[in-house]
Design a protein around this ligand. Structure first.
Ligand code: PHE
Length: 341
């Protein structure tokens, strides 16, 4: 029995010393220490021993069991350590590998054009205002001297929210003139960029949603000469020194006198070509001296104060600034188009 125990001990320790994985370890544990294992089988024979032999054999058997158990434990620990080491190796981050560069977006040409306009006016002491796109018809029309029956109030042109035509998507940024007059102290110098809406079909030059920038100055002794000087400066800064402008008489309900400003065609230099439809000039904005009635309706005395206002189409400005031929390109957000700016 002594030899049997010694053999079990030697075999078990040798096998456990070279164990490769936890499945093999478990197999060895059951084989030597399990209920049907080799050591148990030997212990079952103890009954056959004499009373003198039993205690020594018992002690030896316990010693072998303890040795095998501790060999199992240390083998398990070794396997665990190896597994951790392998995991750490596998999960190592190589900080020297070049990273993936994030894809940067592009600024939209409309934003670029708007920022240029804002810079020019902020540089002249103007404040930039933001206003509601859902607007009251009283601000979009009445307080701008466009009374009931004015063609621009027609349902075929305007998006109304109610049957009484009182709430609407603003059709112009001009209601911001009224909002500024009602809330700001005089003198006033503001621009107000934003979206406007009209019932137009989409084509190369039209969209039911587009952008305008409203501008307004009210002060003592403001004249048409101030308006022309400011707008000429705007155009020269946007399109280059020497860019020619032309002012034509026009009509708006809220300005008197009113005008439209054209810039000389950048394609043909004024000779006439398909871009300017043979005119030599391209219409850029509407403007005029604020109608005394409009000042009065907002509580400003037209005998003391005078002012001018203009409304410029931002798409048209950006199209000319960046030589974009079709308005639809501005709204489609095709990356191939946007990446050119
Ligand atoms: N609101 C006018 C338009 O949309 C433009 C304009 C603004 C005209 C300010 C005169 C003064 O056509």
């Amino acid at each position: 029995m002594k030899e049997q125990l010694a053999k079990i001990r030697a075999e078990a320790l040798a096998a456990l010393g070279g164990v490769k994985d936890s499945a093999a370890l478990e197999e060895l544990r059951v084989r030597y220490l399990g209920k049907k294992g080799e050591l148990t089988a030997v212990l079952k024979q103890m009954g056959k021993l004499s009373a003198q032999e039993r205690p020594t054999m018992g002690a030896l058997a316990n010693e072998v069991r303890a040795a095998v158990e501790s060999a199992v434990d240390s083998a398990a620990k070794k396997l665990e350590e190896r597994a951790l080491e392998l995991r750490l190796q596998a999960e190592t981050v190589d900080v020297t590998i070049p990273g993936k560069a994030p894809r940067l977006g592009h600024r939209h040409p409309m934003d670029m054009a708007l920022d240029e306009i804002k810079d020019i006016f902020v540089g002249m002491g103007f404040t930039v205002l933001d206003g509601p796109e859902i607007e009251l018809a009283s601000y979009n029309f009445d307080k701008l001297n466009a009374e009931e029956g004015h063609p621009s109030r027609d349902w075929s042109d305007t998006f109304y929210f109610d049957a009484d035509s009182r709430v609407m998507l603003r059709s112009q940024t001009s209601p911001m003139q009224v909002r500024a007059m009602e809330t700001m102290d005089l003198p006033i110098r503001i621009i107000a960029p934003g979206r406007v809406y009209r019932k137009d079909e989409v084509d190369a030059t039209h969209s039911p949603m587009f952008h305008q920038v409203e501008g307004m100055v009210i002060d003592h002794g403001v004249t048409m000469a101030d308006l022309k000087g400011t707008l000429n400066l705007l155009v020269e800064q946007l399109y280059g020194a020497g860019t020619k402008t032309r002012f034509r008489p026009h009509h708006f309900p809220f300005t008197e006198p009113s005008c439209e400003m054209d810039v000389q065609c950048h394609k043909c230099g004024g000779a006439g070509c398909p871009t300017c439809k043979g005119e030599g000039w391209i219409e850029l904005l509407g403007a005029g001296m604020i109608h005394p009635k409009v000042l009065e309706m907002s509580g400003i005395d037209p005998n003391e104060w005078s002012g001018w206002a203009f409304g410029i189409g931002l798409e048209r400005t950006a199209m000319r600034r960046f030589k974009i031929a079709d308005l639809r390109l501005i709204f489609e957000n095709d990356v191939r188009f946007l990446e050119q700016f």
